[in-house]
Design a protein around this ligand. Structure first.
Ligand code: COI
Length: 354
């Protein structure tokens, strides 16, 4: 397939790299591609970043048939640009598409298009500490139609955003809120897909958490509301009595790539680390008996995010005196050292762009 490139005539000025926040700035170009049943995925093109005019009946606006991904490009100290496990994101995009009845993409082609886009925008990869270029591939249903069915046509785009830390707290402990009133997803639904509705479904509880001074919601399972699941923008890990555990993938948890990487790193270091089904009561008991040593979240946007406090009903669990724990720091350092090329890449996770 032939990828056409149209360069922007007017380039934007770059934002201050020390003050990027997350997701507010966008680069000069984007990737676009369309699907129709006759030609399949076709017309791949890199072109100036621009708004997408839409028919008000465009299906994604009504029924949420869309999926997305999030990955990052990093600048190394020698000025090279590299990606972290990009094929994992592309494969997950296809798995999410399957769950939403969206036609799958050629994975090798999408990776090469994504790399070409990042290469064209290489000057946008920031070099301030802990900054990166966030990559957001998205697919949406584009038929203008109001009946409820899978769309016949789709648009895939990739946009790029120079980012700093996801949480304003940076690499400092965040406070999370366990909700008993709402659920994010149920098994048999689309909880393990990276699809729009899962994020929409998280907003009401997030607002409640924010109002009470907490940054994020820790979700319990949607059936019994006992089993620990995920945080919504991150997976979650607990260190209990020297053992690291994360909720096992059960169909309603997003299979995070940072989660998978932490499991692999921990195993490669011969740590006691496993996936387990665990209840909120087991967690509070572990806390009461002084065995809950650390909690941290994992995600592409957040990397490793230490958790300093959990609120569950009347109970407030302070973790590690509200300070960053040693394992959170060890995983954070190991991952970011690989991502920024400061260390070897022992598990073959890096894909260079330029
Ligand atoms: C990510 O970590 O890339 C995410 O997608 C989380 C959030 C920004 C939606």
């Amino acid at each position: 397939m032939n990828l056409t490139i149209t360069k922007s005539k007017k380039l934007k000025s770059k934002p201050d790299p020390s003050n990027l926040g997350f997701g507010s700035f966008f680069t000069d170009h984007m990737f676009n591609m369309d699907y129709n049943p006759d030609n399949g995925w076709q017309n791949p093109r890199i072109e100036p970043y621009s708004p997408i005019p839409m028919d008000p009946a465009t299906m994604v606006l009504h029924y949420g048939q869309g999926v997305f991904e999030g990955l990052k490009a990093y600048r190394t100290s020698t000025g090279n640009i590299q990606l972290f496990r990009p094929m994992e994101n592309i494969k997950r995009l296809n798995r999410s598409s399957r769950a939403l009845c969206i036609p799958e993409m050629d994975e090798d082609f999408l990776l090469s298009a994504l790399k070409q886009l990042v290469e064209i925008e290489k000057d946008w990869v920031p070099d301030a500490p802990e900054t990166s270029l966030y990559i957001r591939p998205t697919i949406y249903a584009s038929d203008p139609f109001l009946g409820v069915r899978a769309s016949n046509t789709y648009r895939l785009f990739i946009i790029l955003s120079p980012v700093g830390a996801y949480y304003p707290e940076g690499f400092n402990p965040i406070k999370i809120w366990v909700t008993k009133d709402y659920v994010r997803a149920v098994r048999g639904g689309v909880g393990e897909a990276k699809t729009l509705g899962n994020y929409a479904a998280s907003l009401r509880a997030s607002e409640e958490a924010h109002k009470n001074g907490y940054s994020q919601v820790l979700w319990l399972d949607g059936v019994e509301q006992r089993y620990l699941e995920e945080v919504g923008s991150m997976n979650i890990f607990f260190v209990i009595d020297g053992e690291i555990v994360t909720p096992s993938l059960n169909g309603s948890i997003l299979p995070g790539i940072t989660r998978k990487s932490v499991l692999a790193l921990g195993k490669s270091w011969n740590m006691k680390i496993s996936e387990k089904r665990m209840t909120i009561d087991e967690l509070t008991l572990a806390h009461e008996s002084g065995k809950l040593e650390e909690i941290f979240g994992t995600g592409t946007a957040a990397v490793i995010s230490p958790v300093g406090e959990i609120k569950y009903g009347e109970k407030t669990l302070t973790i590690g005196n509200g300070r960053v724990g040693p394992l959170s720091r060890q995983f954070y350092n190991a991952l970011t050292d690989i991502q920024y090329g400061r260390s070897e890449d022992p598990l073959g996770w890096i894909e260079s762009v330029v």
